[in-house]
Design a protein around this ligand. Structure first.
Ligand SMILES: NC(=O)C1=CN([C@@H]2O[C@H](COP(=O)(O)OP(=O)(O)OC[C@H]3O[C@@H](n4cnc5c(N)ncnc54)[C@H](O)[C@@H]3O)[C@@H](O)[C@H]2O)C=CC1
Ligand SMILES: CC(=O)C(=O)O
Ligand SMILES: [Mg+2]
Length: 556
């Protein structure tokens, strides 16, 4: 026999945005060419979700759950997001931080199929075609998340494996704020990797060479930006987990010409600002009077310093005064202006050498403990990736300096966090006002239960992005970031002892809608909105995609 017999999977079962599996009615099955291709039962989305949730529960580890959900994502997006939304507090840590970090480390080994766009520095001629294969028009895309994966969370360089940080961030946009899953794109910029484990792994799927740097790197990022902006002029271009030497430069250099947002700088800065605003509700102080120590002065740390000092300026300080209320501590200790080769993102906050000349040094460096003793910070932030760096001595010194310090150990995932609340709350005798980057259980100390908010940019960027999209914002302004932070902080009541500084993840959809309205208003106020709405609250609600099957099967 010469002919090869093949069978095909019907198109309606292959497209995750159209597929509804056992929920297709018999009439729909006939119309879409699915006759005989599904078992007899016709189910509702709720019935499907109950089965999927039970299957998920049988997965033995969080990574297995991640892979189960990823496969569901690729099969039936409506069901995937229904599950995610119905169990957001339980599943956010599975599809996103911290499990996404484990998944990224295994990614080339677990690879099955892909939903992202891969742009290779070795094939710049393919960049345009790579977007064009999506078949999307200029008005079809609201948002693109791109990463070059140089600094994934706190786990470093993961090359093409880092694709899943873009996918995960987009899943959160849709689950938390209803960004339409058909109108978003995940992108990996594969510029090589300096991760030897990957380079020596026969399964590694990315470019097998060191990271490209210098002009070649800059030209490739510029090509990405110009192509994405030309093909999808209304899309917000979200940058994630770029290395510290690139993140700020790309943002600052392109903010005027592009709808660009750096989550690690701006999203993190804004969620920290929200935590600080809540803390100041408790202490009844003004942001203008704060003293901030940042431990780990990279992308996130200096983004936080920028936003808190900008808030000080809005509260009446001069830029110089605001900068003088910020201290950075990095690998070489307290950052001072006599240090050689300071990166530009640190030099703005370098302390005058004269001021710290007499401060005690260990191995020639002014360490964190000394900085805390000398500065008596009202806010201590950790973005260092150094697990355990906030020791008992540091926490006690912090509390000796001020009555109610704000303490934010933000490094992700849990293996990197500077201190866990179940240690720091007792060490601080319940005085520290805490939030952390990962979900953690409440801590009971001396009869009070402390609920620890999740100061992760995921609690802010979805609403910010939705507001920007609804307003058609041409830029992300400082006013929009502050509006988002204020809207997040406005949703908590800190009057009870032990209250969380941030709203709970279970309210994330509602919280994102409130943030989006505030952000769209700020965009209009700042003159960057290109869309106006008679009723903004309704416009935001209308823009939020819901995981439900469309009226007519086959439609998205
Ligand atoms: N909670 C949140 O929303 C966010 C948390 N992060 C976390 O913050 C951490 C840092 O992320 P990025 O700023 O993107 O990385 P980065 O690499 O830009 O910054 C890390 C900084 O810590 C410094 N550092 C390393 N070891 C140190 C030590 N022993 N002492 C003092 N400083 C040290 C590095 O020199 C660098 O300046 C990561 O764990 C990341 O997950 C980042 C963004 C958002
Ligand atoms: C949360 C986040 O963006 C990070 O850890 O990089
Ligand atoms: Mg990040």
């Amino acid at each position: 026999m010469n002919g090869v017999v093949t069978s095909t999977v019907p198109a309606a079962l292959c497209d995750p945005l159209r597929n509804r599996g056992t929920a297709f009615t018999h009439a729909e099955r006939e119309r879409l060419g699915l006759t005989g291709r599904l078992p007899a039962a016709v189910e509702t989305l709720d019935q499907q979700a109950a089965r999927a949730y039970a299957q998920l529960g049988r997965q033995p580890t969080d990574l297995a759950k991640y892979l189960y959900l990823d496969a569901l994502h690729d099969r039936n997006e409506t069901l995937y997001f229904k599950l995610l939304l119905d169990h957001l507090p339980e599943l956010l840590p599975v599809v996103y931080d911290p499990t996404v970090g484990d998944a990224i480390q295994q990614w080339s080994h677990d690879y099955r199929r892909s939903r992202a766009v891969y742009l290779s520095v070795d094939r710049p001629q393919d960049v345009r075609a790579s977007f064009e294969t999506l078949g999307l028009g200029p008005d079809d895309v609201d948002l693109i998340v791109v990463s070059d994966a140089q600094q994934i969370l706190g786990i470093g360089d993961w090359g093409v494996n880092g694709t899943d940080i873009s996918v995960g961030k987009l899943a959160v946009y849709t689950a938390a704020a209803g960004l339409h899953p058909e109108r978003v794109i995940a992108v990996n910029l594969d510029v090589g990797t300096d991760n030897q484990v990957l380079l020596n792994d026969p399964m590694y799927l990315g470019n097998r060479h060191a990271r490209v740097t210098g002009t070649a790197y800059d030209d490739f990022v510029a090509l990405y930006l110009s192509t994405a902006a030309e093909l999808f002029p209304r899309a917000l271009l979200h940058f994630e987990d770029f290395g510290p030497s690139h993140a700020r430069r790309i943002l600052v250099g392109n903010a005027k010409d592009h709808r660009i947002f750096n989550d690690d700088l701006q999203g993190t800065g804004a969620i920290v600002m929200a935590s600080v605003l809540s803390g100041l509700e408790v202490t009844r102080q003004s942001v203008a009077d704060q003293r901030l120590v940042v431990f780990g002065a990279g992308t996130a740390g200096t983004g936080i310093a920028d936003q808190i000092s900008a808030a000080m300026v809005r509260a009446g300080r001069t830029p110089e005064q605001a900068a003088s209320q910020v201290w950075l501590v990095d690998k070489d200790g307290l950052v001072s202006d006599d240090m050689d080769g300071l990166p530009d993102y640190q030099s703005a906050y370098a302390r005058p050498a004269e001021e710290v000349r007499d401060w005690p040094r260990t191995d020639g460096r002014i360490d964190l403990l000394t900085a805390v003793r000398q500065v008596r910070p009202t806010i201590l932030v950790g973005t260092s990736t150094v697990h355990g760096a906030f020791t008992q001595e540091v926490v006690e010194a912090l509390c000796a300096g001020v009555e109610r310090p704000v303490l934010l150990p933000l490094s992700n995932p849990g293996s990197r966090i500077e201190v866990m609340p179940d240690q720091a709350i007792p060490w601080s005798k319940g005085k520290a006002l805490m939030a952390v980057g990962i979900p953690v259980d409440p801590v009971t100390y001396d009869g009070t239960t402390y609920t620890i908010g999740q100061a992760n940019n995921a609690l802010l960027y979805p609403g910010l992005g939705l507001g920007a999209v609804v307003a058609g914002a041409e830029h992300i302004t400082d006013g929009m970031l502050l509006a988002a932070a204020t809207a997040v902080a406005g949703q908590v009541d800190v009057s009870e002892p032990g209250a969380s500084l941030l709203p709970p993840v279970r309210n994330l959809r509602a919280s994102s809608a409130v943030v989006a309205v505030a952000v769209a208003e700020a965009a209009a106020g700042d003159g960057v909105a290109t869309r106006t709405h008679g009723n903004l609250v309704q416009a935001v609600q209308d823009a939020m995609w819901q995981p439900a099957y469309a009226e007519r099967a086959g439609d998205r």
